[in-house]
Design a protein around this ligand. Structure first.
Ligand SMILES: NC(=O)c1ccc[n+]([C@@H]2O[C@H](COP(=O)([O-])OP(=O)(O)OC[C@H]3O[C@@H](n4cnc5c(N)ncnc54)[C@H](OP(=O)(O)O)[C@@H]3O)[C@@H](O)[C@H]2O)c1
Length: 327
């Protein structure tokens, strides 16, 4: 099979497009013939060998997310059979040969039915972003219907799904994007208000948008830039949840003290099994109900994994998820 493989850690060009033997599923494992794979920022940190949560043995095929058709099941698998449409969410799988490939073998627990209404391309956008979106809203921020949720960085893989889930749960959602196209997309998917985080003074609009109340919850995609400002736009007793951060920031603790506000972190890697399972059920239900409709912003063929890794970190103006399409 054709696959991406890395034999050393480093820049994006360590990702090689190669031929590999087709992997065999063992007991309680499933082989999926993939049509698309999701590309997540974490996979670039793993590729560089600098990621705190995971440093794989080499050689390594990256990728936790994908969608396709079950090809073969191992002994003990009764929930899935060959021919099933599925999505793969294998971040926490014990065995995962990597979704940047024509075939992946992973734990059956990481493979879930894909509703007919969701394309394989969209299915590749569910795993890490979907489970993160669910976890941040319901396990960490514990949002309530009627609350004001500001999704600071809403135009990418995680942010769009956060907006869709929060809206469906009854939150009043403000989303930010860094481009006109991203802002338009946020309006289309139902954000109540949209801000441009590339425009100076954009946060000054939040008091007027919230009748002076501020945001009950901020979901933050770039905390090293925004954490201090998030605390300023937060309502009293509010919560900021850090999803993404790429550096450090000088921070005034008094801002949290004055509002009795909480700063929470989230990392999907830490999800206890019970919360992982409830996230999977929640996401599956939201897909079935048409609440979650993943949006693909950029699609590249599998052999362009190097470009996908470069773009996901450096490109500005996200309009959804970056995926690799697989022949
Ligand atoms: N903690 C976890 O468990 C977890 C899980 C998944 C992802 N993450 C992290 O969360 C972040 C987002 O992941 P993703 O998959 O959604 O990435 P993505 O698809 O690349 O999206 C990045 C988002 O960040 C926005 N952004 C850029 N500059 C910003 C700024 N100054 N202020 C606010 N937002 C800004 C982008 O908006 P524009 O492009 O429109 O400017 C875009 O909406 C990454 O850092 C990723 O590593 C963490």
């Amino acid at each position: 099979m054709r696959a991406i493989r890395m034999s050393t850690f480093g820049e994006a060009d360590v990702l090689q497009f190669v031929d590999l033997p087709v992997p065999e599923p063992g007991p309680n494992e499933v082989r999926v013939r993939l049509h698309a794979a999701g590309v997540n920022p974490a996979e670039t940190y793993i590729r560089a060998g600098t990621y705190a949560f995971f440093k794989p043995d080499l050689p390594y095929t990256p990728g936790f997310d994908g969608a396709g058709i079950v090809d073969k099941v191992g002994d003990g698998v009764s929930r899935l059979r060959p021919g099933d449409r599925v999505f793969v969410a294998a971040l926490l799988a014990k065995r995962n040969t990597g979704t940047y490939a024509q075939m992946v073998v992973c734990d059956a627990d990481a493979v879930h039915p894909l509703p007919e209404s969701i394309s394989f391309r969209q299915g590749a956008a569910i795993g890490v972003p979907g489970l993160t979106a669910y976890r941040v809203l319901f396990h960490r921020a514990r949002i309530q219907p009627g609350e004001i949720v500001f999704v600071h960085g809403a135009s990418g893989g995680v942010g769009l799904l956060v907006v869709q889930l929060a809206r469906a749960y009854g939150a009043n959602v403000i989303g930010s994007a860094g481009s006109k196209e991203g802002m338009e997309l946020l309006r289309q998917i139902g954000a109540n208000e949209v801000l441009n985080h590339s425009s100076p003074g954009y946060l000054d609009k939040i008091p007027a948008l919230t009748d002076g109340h501020g945001a009950d919850v901020v979901i933050e995609m770039l905390a090293n830039v925004n954490l201090e400002d998030d605390m300023k736009v937060l309502a009293r007793y509010g919560r900021t949840v850090i999803v993404g951060s790429r550096g450090s920031i000088e921070f005034t603790p008094r801002l949290a003290m004055m509002k009795e506000a909480d700063v929470l972190g989230t990392a999907l890697w830490n999800a206890p099994h019970s919360e992982y399972i409830s996230s999977v059920y929640g996401i599956a239900a939201a897909l079935e109900a048409g609440i979650l409709k993943p949006v693909i912003g950029q699609e590249l063929p599998l052999e362009k994994a190097v470009q996908a890794h470069t773009d996901i970190i450096h490109q500005k103006g996200a309009r959804g998820k970056i995926i690799l399409s697989i022949e």
